[in-house]
Structures are given as C-alpha cells and as structure tokens.
Design a protein around this ligand. Structure first.
Ligand code: SF4
Ligand code: SF4
Length: 89
C-alpha cells in the first residue's frame, strides 16, 4: 500500500536520500545484529517491502526507500531494531 499507492512516499524517499547525501543529523534505524533470530517478521511488516532482515544482517539500516514508519521496530520480538538520532554513516 505505502509502496504503490501513498502519494507521500516518494517525498519521504526523496527527503531521506537528500539528508543522507548532505549527512544531516536525523532519525535513523539502528540494529543490534547479535540479538536477531532471523525470524523475518520485519520483512513481512515493512509496508515498503524492504528486505529488513538482510539490512539487519549487513548492519546497513539506511535504505533509500525506508520511510521510517517504525513497523519493523514494533514487530521485532527481540527488540533488535530501534530508532537513533545521528549523522548518516
Ligand atoms: S523481526 Fe527482529 S529478530 Fe526477526 S529477523 Fe527481523 S530483526 Fe531479526
Ligand atoms: S521503518 Fe522499517 S518497516 Fe518502515 S519502511 Fe523502514 S525498514 Fe520498512
């Protein structure tokens, strides 16, 4: 739904890309890989159909299409994913 229908998603994707390029301090996702049990609940919950568990395994939580909705944060049974406020790496 968010991926294909929502008119706001392209603006959020553009905003994320811009802040990453300019390295502005902002809200990001951060993952604690050691706690991940690879259940893939995060993949199923992501409204943008992102491979969230792969992002966790690669410790690369900044995806250009992530709209920071927090669905993966909410659904994770091990609290692997959380929000952080920092500069993009
Ligand atoms: S929901 Fe949490 S524990 Fe499950 S694969 Fe995703 S990050 Fe790992
Ligand atoms: S915050 Fe999580 S669920 Fe939401 S778009 Fe980003 S990766 Fe997907």
């Amino acid at each position: 739904m968010c991926h294909y229908v929502c008119w706001m998603a392209p603006f959020m994707v553009l905003g994320t890309a811009l802040k990453n390029i300019l390295k502005w301090p902002s809200l990001h996702l951060k993952a604690n890989i050691e706690q991940c049990i690879n259940c893939k609940c995060c993949n199923k919950a992501c409204p943008m159909s992102l491979p969230v568990n792969e992002m966790v395994q690669r410790a690369a939580m900044q995806h250009s299409e992530c709209i920071l909705c927090g669905e993966c944060v909410e659904i994770c049974p091990k609290d692997v994913i959380r929000y952080t406020f920092s500069r993009p790496q």
